[in-house]
Design a protein around this ligand. Structure first.
Ligand SMILES: [Ca+2]
Ligand SMILES: [Ca+2]
Length: 464
């Protein structure tokens, strides 16, 4: 038999491996509930990023699973981060570095690489998805069998505009409470659909993914949630923070003219309003996560479902005098990551880990056939021992040959022009002091040397 299509080839492979990997068959494998939250930084209770973060549901998931406290994205904005984690390759290995170039423009890439849900389908899973999992441009039906509510239909009828802003800024840049019915919010609809799927029975295991859109801009929470937070605290900043960073850092960080300047955000109380609205969006999304977790716990799949929750990248709300993502600093790269396995260990791991690991970890946990193209490392050893020896670092990339490398203590950044930053998180959690601007201590010099050995050897140009 000659199998021509990618999917056919995978199905043949799946049929062979189903009986060769520990004797496990498709029907015995665990289900997966895969939850993505868009633009969520560490402002959740269990990561302690903001004292007013209100996320009881994400926190209860962390209590029943493994919380990775030092997890990082590979692409430093939506599109490259999601391509990286959904196809298991670094931005530097694919050439997908920014939001302007969708993966759908590369049919050859799509034909020769298997997305995470496609891989589950090829291993006998029913695949379902709601909300924003893939970034724009993709035909979702090529990747999942059952397509639920999606983002596009809500983006068109934008909520009520609150602020006037310079014309060149992105249309989504706005923030403030909204008064329309909560049941019409996109994430409410997604959570309801997902909850219904979790109550149903299936004749095979499922891979159910849901992508919550908030706290992505516009920060438009329901007024009820917004009004429940008061006396908002702003994040800490340092006035002359940028004096010790290289020009390359300024260029890379300011390369997106569609996001507001910190100067504009500081005028007229906008900073406080935006932080208030972001915190409310986080609390609102947490309520939707809670509805989904309740549905799982009360349904037929409570005891045999792996739950993964992550954000595609972090977010600046004034920290380091800037806003949004698009940087190689901690505020952009660090993400919440929780993996809960049936009967698995609970706790937290301080090891530096990557979203790139999600794909190989799920292959490992569900005993799927391998995918030789993946570049990430399975996190299973850390799910079994969160303090296990871990020689790996987390790498984040912003444009060709600009990388940040993170271990448990240090962040080292190398730009394409050779300029560098180095931060010691033991003494400088806000990354205010670039150690490269003065003479390095012995420990700092050793960290720089050690981390630079992990710089990716492949650095493909940006696709266009
Ligand atoms: Ca995002
Ligand atoms: Ca500084």
């Amino acid at each position: 038999m000659k199998a021509n299509s990618l999917l056919q080839r995978l199905l043949v492979l799946a049929a062979i491996t189903a009986f060769s990997v520990g004797g496990i068959t498709a029907s015995e494998r665990p289900n997966v509930l895969f939850i993505a939250v868009d633009d969520l930084n560490d402002w959740i209770g269990c990561l302690g990023g903001h004292p007013q973060a209100r996320t009881p549901n994400i926190d209860r998931l962390a209590e029943r699973g493994m919380l990775f406290t030092n997890a990082h994205c590979q692409g430093t904005m939506c599109n490259p981060s999601r391509i990286s984690l959904l196809w298991g390759r670094r931005p530097s290995s694919t050439g997908f570095y920014d939001n302007h170039y969708p993966v759908s423009r590369e049919p050859e890439f799509l034909e020769s690489h298997v997305s995470l849900p496609q891989h589950f389908a090829a291993n006998g899973y029913k695949t379902l998805s709601a909300g924003k999992i893939f970034h724009s441009g993709i035909k979702i039906g090529d990747h999942v069998e059952v397509v639920g509510p999606r983002l596009g239909q809500w983006l068109k009828r934008f909520d009520k505009k609150v602020h006037d802003k310079p014309k060149q800024w992105h249309r989504t840049w706005d923030f403030g409470p909204q008064d329309y019915d909560e049941s019409e919010f996109t994430d409410y609809v997604s959570a309801g659909w997902v909850s219904d799927q979790l109550k149903a029975s299936y004749n095979r295991p499922f891979f159910l993914s849901v992508g919550f859109y908030r706290p992505h801009v516009p920060f438009f929470p329901p007024r009820r949630v917004y009004d429940s937070l008061t006396e908002i605290q702003l994040p800490s900043t340092l006035a002359d923070d940028w004096e010790d960073i290289p020009d390359a850092a300024r260029r890379v960080t300011l390369s997106n003219p569609k996001i507001p300047t910190h100067e504009w955000m500081k005028e007229g109380g906008r900073w406080e309003l935006a932080v208030h609205a972001y915190l409310a969006c986080v609390a609102w999304t947490d309520e939707q996560v809670g509805r989904v977790l309740d549905a799982l716990e009360q349904g037929p799949h409570a005891d045999n479902t792996i739950i993964v929750l992550f954000a595609d990248h972090g977010y600046h709300l004034g920290e380091k005098q800037r806003w949004s993502k698009f940087s190689l600093w901690e505020r952009t790269t660090r993400v919440p990551l929780i993996i809960s396995t049936p009967g698995g260990l609970t706790g937290s791991s301080p090891r530096p880990v990557e979203l790139l690991s999600l794909y190989p970890t799920l292959i490992d946990l569900c005993q799927l056939s391998p995918n030789e193209k993946l570049e990430g490392i399975s996190l299973k050893p850390l799910l079994e021992d969160p303090k296990a020896k871990w020689p790996h670092v987390a790498i984040s990339t912003l444009g060709q040959n600009n990388h940040a490398l993170r271990d448990e203590r240090w962040r080292y950044i190398r730009y394409a022009d050779g300029s560098e930053e180095l931060y010691d998180h033991d003494s400088d959690p806000h990354e205010w002091t670039n150690l490269m601007a003065s003479e390095l201590s012995t420990a700092a010099a050793a960290a720089r040397r050690r981390l630079s050995e992990h710089l990716p050897s492949i650095n493909l140009p940006q696709r266009h």
